[in-house]
Design a protein around this ligand. Sequence first.
Ligand code: NAD
Ligand code: TYD
Length: 346
Amino acid sequence: MITGGAGFIGSHVIRLFVNKYPQYTIINLDALTYAGNLENLTDIDKQPNYRFAKANILDTEALEKVFDEYDVTDVIHLAAESHVDRSIVSPLDFVYTNIIGTVNLLNTARKKWKDDYSKHLFYHISTDEVYGSLGDTGFFTETTPYDPNSPYSASKASSDHFVRAYHETYHMQTIVSNCSNNYGPNHFPEKLVPLFINNIITHKPLPVYGDGLYTRDWLFVKDHALAIELIFSKGRSGETYNIGGFNEWRNIDLVKLLCSLMDQKLGREKGESEKLITYVKDRPGHDRRYAIDATKINKELGWKPSVTFEEGLSETIDWYLNNTEWLQHVTSGSYQNYYQSMYANR
Ligand code: NAD
Ligand code: TYD
């Protein structure tokens, strides 16, 4: 069972598993919040080994029903509230889904798997943001102390601790992986890359927070999905794996690269999209720099990113330009209210 499979990363993980493992039944459990979109899966949803279960991870009864109906053997848990800016406005939503929802899912797995934990794996997908903020140098390793700064990262940190506690206390088999910023197709246009792609297409301002010198380590979503599959099949129980792109970009440099690639692809004059860059009020508690040391997963499991940033970004832009209907669907209705409330007074 993969939770959050209708979301950005989850949909890529579902696609990979459905195609790679015809002998497994892959259950996509998702509540379909604003971020969940079954249109992300139209290419695989008719496959005989795919099932969709609409359920909220806060709903114990619904979870137990799905575990019983499908005899769930393993869980890859991606369902979460995932956007830092939303967590600043509504922290409790993040406490409910990310902390209580995860504990609820752990409890259900514990109850259903109690006869023999050694046959089952609970694999929790987390973020590098739990480690806090780096200065100009250094990297996050698996032993970097947790130091979360946003309600989002605090809620993910808490859920990671619960997963670890269930391993130590009940001896459930668990793994946690902490990944850097993902980008790629099917990304909801509230995060930096898809928001700016959409705004460039529609000639809207590109709202760069603060001085634009914040740094993120970017990984193509399909490479994250491959890492998840590798960790699921070969990772060691009780361990944490950091996943990263070895690919640090300051926001403003990334935005300028995006503008220049999009000018070429849209046949616009060189420099046209850069004119849309607008510096706006900073995000409170904004982490200055994230960078992952992915040596462990590289040495232990042989994983490394398969595409360069330029290749991944080019594929991403092409996907958005070829999927205007998807973009129109997700940006109509409540998205307009979100955009107004988040950016109108910035
Ligand atoms: P997303 O917001 O695109 O998708 C989240 C999915 O979870 C949606 O389909 C949504 O409907 C579902 N969901 C939300 N609340 C739910 C609930 N209460 N019950 C059931 N389903 C619910 O998120 P994403 O970017 O794909 O991230 C997936 C996971 O990966 C998250 O746990 C996130 O913390 C982690 N992560 C994300 C990134 C990133 O760059 N996006 C990086 C590292 C880790
Ligand atoms: P985001 O995609 O929200 O990911 P995260 O906050 O989880 O790293 O943001 C990436 C970076 O881009 C982060 O430093 C905040 C910045 N940012 C902007 O400058 N403008 C925006 O409109 C958004 C959404 C993000």
